[in-house]
Design a protein around this ligand. Structure first.
Ligand code: URA
Length: 235
């Protein structure tokens, strides 16, 4: 692969930015400075930029604290998308894992590993998704029982058992854990119990929790441990 392509693929900069870095003599391959952007490198070569190693990576994994008002899509004619929150040079191949509603905030995994994204969403893998929810009216223990039984919605949708843990002084706040990811699932489950959702935030997906240091709209790469936890579902 060309050196400029390698560096762009490893998210060092856009193709034109990395070309400039190479021409300035900042890149080295196996300790030799290379000024030709077309120089051929392989995954086994030791590539550095400004002395820092740029190891080959097959995939990139991020967590985003999704803000309200952006849609979970890779492109949209009208609305800002979750991918618009990433700089252009990082966006290539990225896909959101599942969908949060436009007004839902919190943890959204975004990666370029389509196979893992597919596994995480597959019903066979039982990946728990935990949310913090606030409703317009107080929730009751009977609502938690409805969740636990599994619900048949009026439109015929059958939902598997889920967990509703009511908290907060006014009983208008709860933790909800679901395994499926049906359209507007939590809003529809709570509507079935007579409540409207006024705030919804995803806190975790499988073993991976939203980093509390991330403000809404911010993202960071997953750590190796977090990636291993996600990959663990395949075993
Ligand atoms: N359930 C919903 O109703 N909306 C979401 O965004 C996620 C789960």
């Amino acid at each position: 692969m060309r050196l400029d392509k390698y560096l762009a693929n490893m998210h060092i900069g856009s193709r034109s930015e990395v070309k400039l870095m190479i021409k300035k003599g900042l890149a080295a391959v196996n300790e030799t400075v290379i000024k030709d952007p077309g120089f051929s490198v392989s995954e086994e070569d030791k590539v550095t930029v400004s002395g820092r190693e740029v190891a080959y990576r097959e995939h990139f994994y991020y967590m985003l604290n999704k803000p309200a008002g952006v849609v979970t899509a890779t492109e949209d004619k009208r609305d800002e998308t979750v991918l618009d929150l990433f700089p252009e040079e990082l966006r290539r191949g990225l896909i959101p894992v599942g969908r949060l509603d436009k007004d839902t905030v919190g943890l959204l995994l975004i990666m370029d590993d389509g196979a893992l994204a597919h596994e995480l969403l597959s019903p066979a893998h039982h990946v728990d998704k935990k949310y913090l929810v606030r409703t317009d009216t107080p929730m009751k223990p009977e609502d938690a029982e409805e969740f636990a039984k599994g619900m048949s919605l009026k439109d015929g949708t059958e939902l598997k058992p889920a967990i509703l843990e009511i908290s907060g002084a006014d009983d208008c706040e709860a933790l909800v854990t679901i395994r499926e990811g049906k359209y507007h699932q939590i809003k529809r489950m709570l509507a079935h119990c007579g409540h409207s959702v006024v705030y919804l935030k995803r806190l975790s997906m499988g073993e991976v929790s939203l980093d509390p240091a991330l403000k809404e709209g911010e993202y960071r790469e997953l750590t190796e441990d977090e990636i291993a936890l996600l990959l663990g579902i395949k075993e």
